[in-house]
Design a protein around this ligand. Structure first.
Ligand code: ZN
Ligand code: ZN
Length: 337
């Protein structure tokens, strides 16, 4: 309780709940609006960490998703349904996520489009109930029970009429599509999504802006292309990937194919790549730089920190900037503006 009192006065807050290959999520607050950025832990664990950091889960207004990898979405459906809040996601990411949750169906793109049409029809029916959609009421009561996801249920659902929304593990209370490059507003927070190079369907990073404060989120990217550098300019807070130490990755336990994937142009940023950005391109505007998505197998927090500090220390004017490390197993205390 005392923590909430402590941070409640901040009009703009950024709280990293978890960061790393076992789960990612953060909370961005601005004005009266609170957004969960990715949902890569179980709902229960995300709520536990929010309370630990003095954030109230019941005050979340929306969930926004960077990409469909499980370390970013594993708690998405349960959390969205429990809170009854909309999910902002790109169409490509949504499609990939639905397919990932429905592997038995081997859904084609045409089938997926058909499912979207049916879901849209179901949503319309909620607004304007018609006799043939009398099961809407039942759908809502069943949705409040925990995820069953049991095989027999799913099989029955797919056999019946192709789709049975209340049994669908991918059912969300509301879906709002956005596209990279097209800014939009969620309540008091302006969101600028931008494309990042990563091996997912339609991965994005974000700049969130509220009360004149810019907060940039860029993790899960193989390198930093010019469009991302442009987005990171003028950020007051920078959540930037520092995934692996190149030597540790090369000598580490991953199979060769996985190493190649991580190192590729659509993999993850190394400590060295992040340092090179901080040294050569970073404008030094951020009050906080948070190193994020550190690998537990191929990195050490101190290595990531030292590599970034060395890059920043070459530029004396940036010494005042606060360098923080996001962690996998515990939340960072909220950063207040
Ligand atoms: Zn990730
Ligand atoms: Zn990823």
């Amino acid at each position: 309780m005392h923590k909430r009192a402590l941070y409640a006065h901040c009009m703009v807050r950024f709280t990293v709940l978890a960061s790393g290959s076992k789960g990612n999520c953060s909370v961005v607050s601005g004005g009266q609006t609170r957004i969960l950025v990715d949902a890569g832990l179980s709902c229960r664990e995300m709520f536990r960490r929010m309370r630990l950091a003095g954030e109230d889960p019941a005050t979340l207004d929306a969930i926004i998703i960077t990409h469909e990898h499980s370390d970013h979405v594993s708690g998405l459906a349960v959390t969205a349904r429990r809170l009854g809040i909309p999910v902002y996601i790109t169409q490509g990411t949504h499609r990939a996520w639905v397919r990932w949750l429905s592997p038995r169906k081997q859904m084609t793109y045409a089938q997926w489009l058909e499912q979207c049409r049916q879901q849209a029809a179901a949503r319309m029916a909620e607004v304007d109930p018609s006799p043939e959609d009398a099961d809407t009421e039942e759908a809502e009561t069943e949705s409040s029970s925990p995820d069953t996801g049991g095989k027999p249920v799913a099989a029955r659902a797919s056999e019946a009429d192709g789709e049975n929304p209340q049994k669908d593990p991918a059912r969300l209370p509301a879906v709002e599509y956005f596209s990279a490059g097209i800014p939009f507003q969620i309540g008091d927070i302006a969101v600028s999504p931008f494309t990042i190079p990563h091996d997912a369907a339609d991965p994005v990073g974000f700049v969130f802006q509220a009360e004149g404060i810019r907060m940039a989120v860029a993790t899960d990217l193989g390198y930093i292309p010019p469009n991302v550098k442009a987005q990171l300019k003028g950020a007051d807070l920078l959540l930037l990937e520092s995934n692996h130490d190149l030597e540790m990755l090369r000598d580490g336990p991953y199979p060769w194919s996985v190493k190649q994937r991580v190192l590729s142009r659509v993999g993850h940023l190394s400590n060295e790549a992040t340092a090179s950005y901080l040294e050569g391109d970073y404008d030094g505007q951020a009050a906080y730089v948070i190193l994020a998505h550190l690998s537990e197998s191929n990195n050490l927090p101190e290595l990531a920190r030292i590599t970034a500090e060395r890059a920043l220390n070459g530029r004396a004017s940036l010494l005042a900037n606060r360098l923080l490390l996001a962690a996998q197993h515990e939340p960072l205390m909220p950063i207040c503006f």
